[in-house]
Design a protein around this ligand. Sequence first.
Ligand code: FAD
Length: 490
Amino acid sequence: MTTATTPDSTAEMQQVSFLIIGAGFSGLGAAIKLQQAGHTDMIILERAEAVGGTWRDNTYPGCRCDVQSNLYSYSFDPKPDWSETFPSQPELWSYLHKVTSKNGLREYLRFGHEVTSARWDADAKRWLVSTTRGDFAARYLIAGVGSLVEPSLPDIPGIDTFAGTIMHSSRWDHSWQAAGRRVAVVGTGASAIQIVPSIQPQVEHLSVFQRTAPFVVPHTNHPVKPAIKTLYRVLPVTQRASRALIYWMREILAIGFTKNPKILKKAEVAWRKHMEGAVTDPRLRAELTPTYDLGCKRVLPSNDYYPAIAKPNVSLVTEKIIEFRPESVVTADGAEHTVDTVILATGFHVTDNPTFGKITGTGGRTLADAFGTTYLGTVVPGFPNYFQLTGANTGLGHSSMLFMIESQLNYIADGISKAEASGGQFAVRPEVAAAYNAELQRKLPKTVWGSGCSSWYLDSEGRNLTLWPGFTFDFRRRTREFREADFVLG
Ligand SMILES: Cc1cc2nc3c(=O)[nH]c(=O)nc-3n(C[C@H](O)[C@H](O)[C@H](O)COP(=O)(O)OP(=O)(O)OC[C@H]3O[C@@H](n4cnc5c(N)ncnc54)[C@H](O)[C@@H]3O)c2cc1C
């Protein structure tokens, strides 16, 4: 990664009103909202060479969204002809390409531009932004840099000495062939449970290294019938109705996650039937049985994960990995597992995304320091004219991130219009953000996510800065209006 210092003068920089970082669902959505509000003086900085974010980077076999296509897509850009009820990665990526072209966003995109620093210059009233391919100055900075975007690699002795193929799930090596391989999959989270059944039939042997067992529940994905596609195309209201139905069914789950975790006990009965239907070995069943409340870690849908784990060429390893050697993985019980490939399905730097350390507000404070002070996941005290998409406590365990992103986009559009009407600058009041975060941190320990498991939802201090602790319609209500009283404007 190349680094650059923040420029001191705005003279040689490209001047623009709005700078957006990232060309995933957030950044592209922000550009569309700006266009709708009549703004065209904008640039989207994207470090990769294509749009897509998550759905460009995660090309591992079996990659699929866990939320239905009709809800996991922009409400303002429906696609009537989704081929399956839950979209696969290729179809989502293609959708984002089409949205980009259809909305004329290509002219604003600057690929290969990795933001290496961004600093608020209070005198110039500009964000000064350095990238690997030039410097920019903007009146507003909108960061759509993603929260599941920076691979988290395990810090295990000897990992650099491994002589075979080693890859993170989000950096899949497509020249790698599964046939005849002895493979280690490290982790049993959302990506692993999609990868394992996809490669199990081809590999010679698969060792799945599990730290904690996930709850894997039945998946209801199926092809969308041609008649339904036609109906959605001819009568768009029917697709909107489907979207609403899915939304409300998922929202019911929030009651279990955030209000009354006991409700989720019923789902455990369905999970057990699902698991025991595929796995007969009592020892394996015990190892696949989570020791925490359902929902505390992300609940994962798959019909073929448990059957794959039960296959003779698969071993589930529950001992901790303590060392990598050139041709093996060693576990705490002293066992040496000979492998030629390691797939790290080890997740992402979520609340410690390295980009946060490169964004500096007033007083030299970086977003990495200020992340936990974010208000409505979108604006940060000490970061004037700055908007964050999918920021602190906007994540969900039960529904579509697109709903949260669109709520934020409405808030941003209202914020820009109000700031423009009153001098062109806004700064959220620290006391407003502090009261909001205190409220969230009071609520979160009472949710299922605070019920005692260790998960990526929690940071190194055990604080949950990841998830929204309630109904998504409550987030939508709170972000409906950019309340002027919460800000210093002008
Ligand atoms: C495997 C996987 C499965 C998922 N499944 C679901 C699901 O089922 N349901 C759901 O709701 N959500 C899911 N998510 C979450 C998903 O990330 C969000 O739903 C959504 O795609 C986030 O969009 P985004 O634009 O905010 O971030 P991203 O899609 O991550 O895009 C961020 C963009 O910013 C760019 N960028 C980052 N840093 C810089 C920088 N310094 N300079 C320039 N560019 C930069 C990146 O290259 C990337 O293109 C999943 C995530 C993963 C990884």
